[in-house]
Design a protein around this ligand. Structure first.
Ligand SMILES: [Ca+2]
Ligand SMILES: [Ca+2]
Ligand SMILES: [Ca+2]
Length: 472
């Protein structure tokens, strides 16, 4: 062909174009299974429209003619590119909620699109356990590697469910292939890692983290699910007793410990810097007692020397009795005394030497005439004694009033004599003891007194009365 290359006219250039066309546009000349693999060997041909049909490995020639020139082209048919497909996974495990990549690779690019059908098997189920990038329900998906490309990938995401299923497997393989070849028997196993676990011993620590998987039910455990020493709250029966009197350090604490086989260290802290630490051997005494406590809040903590880290604390209040209080009210129409009582739940009410126990906060009593002495106390001597004196007078009638001379005083009751005084604004005219007559009357003579207003006062064991009298 060398002499053709020397032709420098337009016909030669056209012929060369045709030749290059045959080389570079194989679609016009390849056989039914051949593309782009024609090599010219340097002969002429008579037809530029000739379709060359060949089989792999064959050499042949064709004659092409264009514009008066003939070119003979020789060619050899090479085998088509059959890429080898390999499959790989980005990981051999994938945890629920995480993703991994399936990668399909060709060892060399192909002139055609290569299709690869990927099958997922194993103990998992698509959609339920994982999703593919392309998201349909079938467990097989076709991916295409475009002509010229060598890689395509799929993303597989393990579904983060809440089911305790254990680990499962995804077995990946190529089930079918087109325009390439692969080892269809080869499989890749990916373990789908379940992130949900049971708590078999129900101690709050999941089985995968529980280093003591058979903890007794109800036991208190550490973060590894292993039991830590503890005593039931029912181990402690602890109580406080109030002081007997206000302001005294007579309160106490008492603790009965059910677990007797320990020596407890009892630390008590209270008001005003109170602190006391004692060892208490529960096997030796029925209860721990702490006395001489003032009113206040105390924190009592129990530890056990042989069980480091164990501590149980309680807050207790030592109270004190309330102050004794009474409020009295006398109904002047009925002479009924009403007492409102506070400071205890039991009172001793004594009226004129007669005592009775009152267990309510309200007390009523009809009082007789004369001086009534009422006292209220409680069982606690330190709560004191409240005393009240109430005088209830007999009613005294005076008549006539106004008077021109004598005034009669009618004095009911039992007094046999009374002290009678007669007063004006400025002076006392009479002040003497008078006998009460059998008809319960006492006379006062105003005959000699000038007209005007006077005050008569009558005093006796059961009478304390002051009355106004008008002298005409
Ligand atoms: Ca799960
Ligand atoms: Ca557990
Ligand atoms: Ca456990």
């Amino acid at each position: 062909m060398k002499h053709y290359w020397s032709l420098k006219n337009k016909h030669m250039r056209a012929l060369l174009k045709l030749f290059l066309l045959l080389i570079l546009l194989p679609g016009a000349i390849y056989g039914q299974s051949i593309k782009k693999q024609v090599i010219a060997v340097g002969e002429t041909t008579t037809s530029e429209n000739k379709v060359l049909k060949s089989t792999i490995g064959q050499t042949a020639a064709g004659n092409f003619q264009a514009e008066g020139f003939r070119v003979k082209v020789g060619y050899r048919v090479l085998a088509p590119v059959i890429p080898l497909v390999t499959l790989s996974t980005s990981a051999t495990t994938v945890e629920e909620g995480k993703s991994m990549t399936l990668k399909v690779s060709l060892d060399k690019p192909s002139y055609e699109n290569v299709t690869v059908d990927i099958r997922l098997a194993g103990t998992t189920t698509k959609i339920t356990d994982y999703t593919w990038q392309r998201g349909n329900a079938a467990n097989e998906e076709r991916i295409t590697i475009a002509a010229g490309d060598t890689v395509s990938t799929l993303t597989l995401t393990a579904i983060d469910d809440a089911l305790v299923e254990g680990d499962e497997t995804i077995i990946v393989s190529i089930s079918a292939i087109s325009k390439a070849e692969a080892d269809l028997t080869k499989t890749y196993t990916v373990n789908l890692i379940d992130n949900d676990f049971n708590d078999t011993d129900m101690d709050g620590v999941k089985d995968n983290l529980d280093k003591c998987p058979n903890t007794n039910f109800g036991a208190i455990v550490d973060m590894n699910g292993c039991e830590i020493f503890n005593l039931s709250r029912f181990n402690y029966a602890i109580s406080a007793t109030s002081t007997t009197c206000v302001g005294t350090a007579t309160g106490s604490l008492r603790a009965v410990l059910a677990a007797k086989n320990y020596t407890y260290i009892v630390e008590t802290k209270g008001p005003d810097g109170f602190k006391k630490t004692e060892a208490f051997d529960a096997s030796n005494a029925p209860s721990y007692n702490l006395t001489g406590l003032a009113k206040g809040v105390y924190t009592v903590c129990f530890t056990i020397a042989s069980q480091p880290g164990y501590e149980q604390c309680f807050d207790l209040t030592v109270g004190e009795p309330a102050a004794l209080k009474t409020t009295s009210f006398l109904d002047p129409n009925t002479n009924v005394l009403k007492l409102d009582l506070s400071g205890s739940d039991k009172y001793i009410v004594t009226i004129n030497g007669v005592s009775e126990t009152v267990k309510t906060s309200s007390y009523s009593k009809l009082l007789g005439t004369g001086l009534n002495t009422v006292t209220v106390s409680t069982d606690l001597g330190c709560q004191g004694l409240i005393t009240e004196e109430i005088f209830i007078s007999e009613e005294v009638l005076t008549y006539p009033n106004p008077t021109t001379g004598m005034v009669n005083l009618y004095i009911p009751g039992t007094d046999s004599q009374v002290q009678v005084s007669l007063n004006s604004m400025n002076a006392t005219f009479l002040n003497e003891t008078k006998e009460v007559k059998a008809n319960r009357e006492v006379d006062v003579d105003l005959t000699q007194m000038p007209a005007g207003s006077y005050v008569i006062q009558v005093l006796g064991n059961h009478v304390r009365k002051t009355m106004k009298i008008v002298k005409q």
